[in-house]
Design a protein around this ligand. Structure first.
Ligand code: BES
Ligand code: ZN
Length: 457
């Protein structure tokens, strides 16, 4: 066991305690009331990066939430450089969503750490911070340069990160970018993600009468905006679950027979799907398997919809307004801008003259693909083999990490999606958790990866 791995063994309980402190700060990026907490989290991370011995640590303000940057470049100009990306912001969470413990009071139960952000992504990015702490400890001098870029806006679409990356190409220059912000199907079989879906989001607002009206006095003469929105939404899918927007699938690349066969190896069983979702029955495009529907097919989802009176009791109102939040997951070669326009135009075309509809599209980013034949990927494969005692398999994931394509474009460096979570960690959901063993193996695997890159393997 190397000195760094010994260090992890000796300090693991301390690492866990620190992660608990990090998880206590409710860094919910979408919530204006939590902006101070988001900032406090950036400061907490910067302090920890400073403490573990990085040469430069900065908190960079943006028009939104700050970016934390840190680097240790003691290996010299000829050595390889690893850029580690993660995000410290989290999705909203309330105890009343069905949490057993308070979402920002971490608790350990049955080998899992329960807290919002434990898996997505504080626990995963913290595994790297502790891995770097271990390689730098006791005067350690890794043979690879290490840079951290940790943002606070990933869960709201990485709004200001693209500008930062484009403006700081030289500073961020790296031979490889590592992102631990995804999951594996099971803790015993390591896997590396090679494809993520892209994303775009939109706000749809339907306005009807100038104000809420008495439904007895005007009902029957006014097109109810909630009903009209439901009618629009009902036309967005075909009965078989496919998206009904003309042209939506035009640029989708079909899966090759070879890739289909390879992906079949990591297919989720129906029982596992039922366990993970709690939904009564599977749904979606019948000609595709579940893992193909979630990994290799684009979708259109209604993330939320509201309008009218929904407090306890009853109010016979004809509401003035209804709205929906819709997102599309995209696959290669779909262009977010093109798809956003197609969906917006379709919604506008099917909106009747009895209402007024607006559609605001926000672009997330395109789907991302990672070349699995690079030497850096081979180093990652070996690191997983050492960390898990088992060769990793490659798989697609349905989630999105907008910065991946940005790194590929601006830094021209390969990206490794070194996910350390599990698919059933409950990310974005109630009782999110991170398996303690994944945290431990993650730290050790990250160290093996830095060593492999440093050895120029
Ligand atoms: N960690 C996820 C991305 C992810 C999820 C990767 C599942 C692989 C599997 C990330 O934090 C996330 O949730 N991203 C958002 C991005 C969006 C808000 C632009 C997503 O996918 O919804
Ligand atoms: Zn997330």
């Amino acid at each position: 066991m190397s000195q760094a791995h010994e260090y992890v063994k000796a300090h693991f309980e301390q690492f866990k305690g620190q992660l608990f402190d990090l998880l206590r700060i409710p860094s919910i990026s979408t919530s204006v009331e939590h902006a101070g907490d988001v900032e406090r989290t950036a400061q907490w991370l910067a302090d920890d990066l400073q403490r573990i011995g990085l040469h430069t640590v900065e908190i960079v303000s943006t028009p939104g939430h700050p970016i934390v940057y840190g680097e240790w470049i003691g290996a010299g100009l000829d050595a390889k450089t690893i850029l580690i990306y993660g995000h410290y912001d989290v999705q909203p969470a309330l105890k009343s969503d069905g949490w057993i413990n308070e979402p920002f009071e971490p608790t350990e139960r049955d080998g899992h750490i329960y807290a919002r952000g434990s898996s997505d992504d504080k626990g995963q990015v913290f595994a790297h911070i502790k891995a770097v702490e271990a390689v730098l400890a006791n005067g350690g001098k890794p043979s690879v340069n290490l840079k951290f870029l940790i943002e606070g806006e990933e869960e709201i679409g990485s709004t200001h990160l693209a500008d930062f990356v484009a403006a700081n190409r030289a500073k961020l220059q790296a031979d490889v970018c590592v992102i631990s912000d995804s999951g594996m199907p099971t803790p015993d079989q390591p896997s590396i993600v090679y494809a993520l879906r892209g994303i775009l989001t939109m706000d749809v607002v339907v306005n009807g009468p100038a104000t809420d009206l008495h439904s007895g006095v005007y009902g029957g003469s006014v097109h109810n905006p909630v009903q009209a929105l439901a009618e629009i939404i009902a036309q967005l899918h075909n009965p078989d679950g496919s998206v009904a927007v003309p042209g939506f699938y035009d640029d989708v690349l079909p899966l090759s027979d070879e890739e289909r066969a390879e992906l079949q190896k990591t297919a989720m069983t129906e029982a596992a799907w039922r366990q993970a979702t709690g939904a009564p029955k599977q749904w979606g495009e019948p000609e595709f398997a579940i893992h193909e529907r979630t990994g290799a097919r684009p979708t259109l989802e209604i993330n939320g919809m509201a309008g009218g009176y929904y407090e306890p009791g009853f109010k016979t109102v004809l509401p003035a307004k209804a709205w929906a939040k819709i997102s599309c997951r995209l696959v290669a070669n779909q262009d977010p801008e093109v798809i956003g326009t197609l969906v917006r135009n379709f919604i506008m075309n099917i909106s009747p003259a009895t209402i007024h509809t607006t559609v605001d599209v926000a672009l997330g980013g395109p789907a991302a693909f990672v070349d699995i034949r690079t030497p850096e990927m081979q180093a990652a494969v070996r690191a997983y083999e050492q960390g898990w005692g088992k060769k990793p398999v490659f798989m697609r994931e349905g989630g999105s990490i907008p910065v991946v394509s940005e790194f590929q474009k601006e830094l021209n460096a390969p990206v490794i999606l070194m996910g350390l979570g599990l698919n059933d960690d409950g990310a974005h959901s109630a009782n999110e958790h991170f398996m303690v063993e994944m945290f431990r193996k993650g730290i050790n695997t990250a160290i093996y990866f830095y060593e492999a890159m440093g050895a120029g393997e």
